[in-house]
Design a protein around this ligand. Structure first.
Ligand SMILES: [Zn+2]
Length: 471
């Protein structure tokens, strides 16, 4: 558990050294390369920050335990002895920053007993629906398949679209939305949104969307607006939320919202009504889906939420991970080493794309890390007599290697031609000039899409490979 918690600084430094050496070995980087840069290129969190992350999550898990649990009591009663942290008091110390980032929100208690929905499924009242699988990946075909489905079933089915939104990409304040279309040609659709009064994650907001839809449909049935034997279809783009309901796994993590969904499912069961849950892709131009998305986002923007409710374990985990990334970014921004790599890769926490050929991958990696067998690097390390290239026409640096050296004239011609043809996909006014940083880290350019970036990297890898140099 908290074995890492009260580790001495000396041991910590040793661990950092071990991690750095391992990463250098895996990446093929030279041993004296900046550790900060190596970690960013490898996308591996620095040891200190990772330990903080693990220990904070340990704190969260212990706080979920009931008041009378031994571990919970140990945590609450721990204190610093002789100016040294005990594992538990270290966890408590980290909790200060956890409570700050979560606005002192309470952590939801753990739930050992998982709610059973199995009976409902065995009765055949809830099933999975697939309406877009045959449409392939083309957005127009998918949107058409959904429109076709609606027109085919609308006369006898309540169709619901649900969505959720969070202030940050996956965690933060949240809002859920549902659009319910009652059956019949003149039916008026019902729109509803609900703000979640706590820090939440994307899956919980999506589950809330489904809960709202179920409640609206039950309202329609009980008020007699819609005949209760009508089928209900709920469509969402969140596979995780569907799986939680259909396959009944990770219930414990979203206990609160599941506890709200179950009574609705039970009512459907008692009324002998059938529900189908279906997945549809997001951002495929499906009209109602886009509407639900806009509804949720707008409601979230219009009313800032005071985060008071209890935090689920996944929301805590995402908040902690987000905070770790923020601290790592700060560390990278202010580091005094690896600055050439920093100019290429500014953002931490992104995976680097490597070529499949190991030799080429090592060369590419060393170029990113500004420590290769180019003469300019060898000279700096005292391993070469001169910075000059073998062609004797210039300093053997990145610029010379990629754009000037006469030894690579033919392969360069191909590469430049390719890269320039790929760049025609970028808006003319925002098109970047050919440069070593464009070739090595195209994803650092905002105006370049991931597809274009991948194509450019492909050209770079091919050039490095064909140059036959082991950099
Ligand atoms: Zn040369």
């Amino acid at each position: 558990m908290a074995a890492w918690a009260c580790i001495s600084d000396k041991s910590l430094k040793r661990l950092e050294k071990v991690q750095s050496r391992c990463l250098c070995g895996i990446l093929g980087a030279k041993l004296h390369t900046s550790t900060d840069a190596v970690e960013v290129v490898a996308n591996v969190t620095p040891v200190r920050l990772r330990i903080q992350e693990l220990c904070t999550m340990e704190y969260v898990r212990l706080m979920q335990k009931p008041e009378d649990s031994v571990l919970g009591q140990l945590l609450r009663s721990s204190s610093v002895t002789n100016n040294k942290f005990t594992p538990m008091s270290y966890l408590k110390y980290l909790a200060t920053s956890f409570h700050r980032i979560t606005d002192n929100a309470e952590i939801a208690p753990e739930h050992k007993t998982r709610p059973q929905m199995i009976d409902l499924f065995e009765g055949g009242n809830v099933s999975q629906l697939n309406i877009t699988s045959e449409a392939g990946t083309d957005c127009v075909d998918i949107a058409n398949a959904v429109t076709h489905f609606i027109s085919e079933t609308h006369s006898s089915t309540v169709i619901c679209f649900t969505d959720g939104a969070t202030t940050d990409s996956e965690v933060g304040a949240g809002c859920a939305a549902a659009i319910v279309i009652p059956p019949g040609p003149d039916s008026k659709e019902i729109q509803a949104t609900e703000l979640l009064d706590k820090i939440t994650d994307s899956i919980e907001t999506e589950l809330t969307g489904i809960a709202i839809a179920l409640e609206i449909v039950i309202g329609l049935f009980t008020s007699g607006t819609v005949v209760a034997w009508t089928n209900t279809v709920i469509l969402t783009h969140c596979k995780a939320a569907l799986n939680i309901i259909l396959e009944s796994h990770v219930y414990g993590n979203y206990q609160q919202i599941i506890a709200r969904i179950i009574p609705s499912l039970l009512k459907f069961h008692n009324m002998k009504c059938h529900i189908s849950l279906g997945w549809i892709p997001s951002h495929a131009g499906i009209d109602y889906n886009e509407q639900a998305d806009t509804l949720a986002k707008k409601a979230l923007k219009d009313s800032p939420i005071s985060a008071k409710g209890q935090l689920s374990l996944p929301a805590c985990k995402k908040m902690v991970a987000k905070n770790t990334k923020r601290l790592w970014q700060q560390r990278w921004d202010h580091s005094t080493t690896g600055r050439v790599t920093y100019d290429l890769i500014r953002t931490v926490g992104r995976s680097t794309v490597f070529p499949s050929d190991r030799c080429c991958a090592i060369s590419y990696c060393r170029l990113l890390l500004d420590d290769s067998t180019l003469n300019v690097h060898q000279f700096r390390a005292g391993l070469a007599q001169s910075k000059l290239c073998d062609c004797a026409q210039g300093v053997d640096d990145l610029q010379h290697f990629f754009f000037e050296c006469k030894n690579y004239k033919t392969i360069r011609h191909d590469m430049i031609e390719w890269v320039q043809s790929i760049l025609t996909l970028v808006d003319q006014h925002k098109r970047p000039n050919l440069s070593t940083s464009l070739l090595l880290a195209p994803s650092g350019y905002r105006q370049i899409s991931s597809r274009v970036s991948g194509e450019i990297l492909g050209c770079t890898f091919e050039f490095i490979g064909k140059s036959k140099r082991c950099l």
